[in-house]
Design a protein around this ligand. Structure first.
Ligand code: XXG
Ligand code: FE2
Length: 352
């Protein structure tokens, strides 16, 4: 089997949106992403610390979907290696010329073994890096793309696929019987470039952007309130157990889920310890205070194949996380080693 390509990090996503103007308001006017280029049918966006042409493409289409998840590889030679690796893997592979996506060089596009439309590229147009253009940053300034979260029925199989690609697991959620409900894997030295969420898939659960400070996330919430669009907040703001990140989940005008995320941790040493959470530990997804709303477990974006057709779903056959926990995460005390009598049990309050 050929050597896998040397992936540096998650690099851009292409989302199909049904109303480009409405999406532009959400991603530019609200989130403050920078427009690198704009066409009648597409907008190319980047965050303030990014100097590649874009980290998000919004393309107008009739059905909202995720059209591509792209990883940057370390050199042009690694694009060749990607082609060789995936042709040997026997999945659908297409080599596209520079400019197939505006601002991106020659690339390899695949339908990966999990059913996702994935691209590997190296060359990309450099544009102004706005790291210190504080005159342009809003109070909710987003610094960079951080990760993809994908829904897939068989998490261990997906984990093996990504480990074969050189990713390492930072954290996961499992139960005493060995069922794995979710896993987080990285190439860049943070908690993840990709998260695997157990469920019917392939579906795109969310795309996450990072800010430097929690206050920037809170400003985005206040901005949504001022715009009288606070219903776009799906979950949070809060503190994750997994990753330790402070987070906010929004739903864009088409329902695509976008996470704004800060404060995870460095994972760059070779002996970085894996953190395993018990699925019954109700602080795993929320370290305090917020129940995980049902839509967060249930809903995700359709993904397209390389011809732009929606991918059919494969049902998850193992138990589902929302079925095995009360779901009131970060809001209750349920641990296997409950020692108090009577056990503290659940706090009074809303529980799903
Ligand atoms: O980025 C993430 C980090 C942690 C979590 S979780 O809800 O804490 O499991 C979800 C997430 O995958 O979006
Ligand atoms: Fe996330």
């Amino acid at each position: 089997m050929p050597t896998p390509p040397d992936v540096i990090r998650c690099a851009y996503a292409e989302l199909v949106v049904t109303d480009l103007a409405a999406a532009r308001w959400f991603y530019v006017d609200l989130l403050g992403l920078v427009v690198t280029a704009e066409e009648p049918e597409a907008i190319y966006l980047r965050a303030f610390e990014e100097y590649l042409h874009h980290s998000l493409v919004l393309r107008r289409g009739d059905v909202a979907a995720c059209a591509r998840l792209a990883y940057r590889v370390r050199s042009a030679a690694e694009v060749d290696r990607a082609e060789e690796y995936y042709r040997a893997l026997g999945v659908r592979v297409e080599r596209v010329p520079a400019g197939a996506t505006r601002g991106i060089g020659e690339a390899v596009r695949i339908e990966d073994p999990l059913g996702f439309p994935v691209e590997f590229f190296h060359d990309a147009e450099h544009v102004e890096r706005l790291t210190q253009r504080y005159d342009l940053h809003g109070a909710g300034a987003i610094s960079r793309l951080d990760h993809f979260n994908v829904v897939t029925p068989d998490v261990p199989a997906a984990q093996r696929y990504y480990e074969d690609l050189g990713f390492k697991v930072s954290e996961d959620i499992a139960d005493a019987e060995g069922t794995v409900y979710a896993a987080w894997l990285y190439r860049k030295p943070t908690v993840h470039d990709v998260a695997l969420t157990g469920g019917d898939g392939p579906r795109m659960h969310h795309i996450a952007f990072a800010t430097h400070e929690r206050s920037q996330i809170l400003h985005l919430c206040d901005h949504l309130g001022a715009a009288r669009r606070s219903e776009m907040i799906e979950r949070g703001p809060g503190r994750h157990g997994v990753s330790n990140a402070f987070y906010l989940y929004l739903r864009d005008p088409d329902g695509h889920r976008i996470e704004i995320y800060t404060h995870d941790y460095y994972t760059g040493d070779p002996d970085n310890p894996v953190v395993r959470w018990d699925v019954h530990d109700n602080q795993r997804r929320d370290w305090w205070g917020n129940p995980v709303v049902p839509s967060w477990y249930a809903e995700a974006s359709t993904v397209l194949d390389l011809d732009g057709r929606p991918r059919p779903l494969t049902r998850r056959t193992e138990s589902r996380e929302a079925d095995v926990t009360v779901g009131a995460d970060g809001f209750s005390y349920t641990r296997a080693e409950e020692t108090e009598t009577p056990p503290r049990g659940f706090k009074v309050g809303n529980q799903v």
